[in-house]
Design a protein around this ligand. Structure first.
Ligand code: ZN
Length: 317
């Protein structure tokens, strides 16, 4: 199992306002801001990481809040739905909470698992799912959201694609997933290397138009590996399958590789090491602005450009 893909590591999406994004994910959904840093390529933009207490891989949703970027459009060639697992019975709490906050949702069921589907303030499509499998992940709790109803982390992610074959081949032949179920146009791929955040659904829609990447859409999804050695073994495997892939990139909290799968979705592979406690104590995660080394020298310039954030969210209703 050690050299396998261990499900999802993180998912990264685009937001249109840092404050609105922070309010929604910490206050309304109750995830923990585990790291507040900046975009490596655009240090005037935040990079937020929301997860469970430790920011465990498989729980981390990250955002680039590009102020005023405008709405994107979910479509083909994108990860269009992000599925969080909650405990059996927790959906009742979430239905009430979303309603209180004026957020409409739809109820549904996929492969026998009940969910509610709704959108974040930018239009990103989220699903809260009651899986039929046991999920013992440690949750982060808040004043409003107790342990029995708190988000566990990812259950699955759904890609919308015009066709499935070439992507399926990457998932199975390279990344070690297996086709677990199929119903109509939905294919569920799973890895048995881990029991949580181990599912990837593909919905095939040949007539879907391509998505447009801006606020409310996914930027990339990252698969999880144990360490650099496994990461580089995957690099060789992906290269020899004929794909372009980046060199190993140091993302401060993990090491990464990026390649685009044939359906158009940007895939990343990221390591467990070193993790989010590399530069902050567990109790303090997310409380100070962390900058990549190359930007420390211009910290004051960056701080002047970044939007000011209000962390007292009592006003968020
Ligand atoms: Zn990433």
């Amino acid at each position: 199992m050690k050299n396998k893909i261990l499900g999802l590591h993180h998912i990264t999406a685009i937001a249109g306002s840092a404050q609105t994004n922070l309010n929604f994910y910490t206050k309304i959904l109750g995830t923990r801001l585990v790291k507040k840093t900046v975009n490596f390529d655009d240090p005037g933009t935040y990079h937020f990481y929301f997860g469970n207490e430790t920011g465990e891989p498989g729980t981390i949703l990250t955002f680039f809040p590009w102020e005023g970027i405008g709405s994107g459009r979910n479509g083909a060639g994108m990860a269009t739905h992000i599925g969080y697992a909650v405990s059996p019975g927790a959906l009742a709490f979430w239905k009430e909470r979303l309603t209180q906050h004026g957020i409409s949702y739809q109820e549904g069921e996929v492969f026998g698992e009940k969910h509610i589907a709704f959108r974040d303030p930018d239009g990103l499509q989220l699903q809260f799912i009651e899986p039929r499998t046991v999920d013992n992940r440690q949750v982060w709790t808040t004043e409003d959201i107790d342990e029995p109803v708190a988000l566990k982390g990812f259950h699955n992610v759904t890609l919308t694609l015009q066709k499935v074959e070439a992507t399926a081949q990457v998932l199975t032949d390279i990344l070690g997933y297996e086709l677990q179920k199929q119903e109509d146009s939905r294919y569920r791929f799973a890895t048995d290397a881990i029991t949580t955040a181990n599912l990837l659904d593909v919905v095939v829609d040949p007539s879907a138009s391509r998505g447009h990447n801006a606020a409310g859409t996914n930027h990339h999804i990252a698969f999880r590996v144990k360490d650099d050695e496994v990461l580089m073994a995957y690099r060789e495997k992906i290269l020899s399958a004929g794909f372009h892939i980046t060199p190993k990139i140091d993302r401060d909290y993990f090491f990464s590789l990026y390649f685009r799968e044939p359906g158009g979705v940007l895939f990343e592979i990221a390591t467990d090491n070193p993790g989010f406690t590399v530069d902050e104590h567990l109790a303090d995660l997310g409380t100070s602005l962390k900058l990549p080394k190359q930007y420390e020298g211009v910290r004051s310039d960056i701080e002047a450009v970044l939007p000011k954030l209000n962390f007292n969210l009592d006003h968020v209703k």
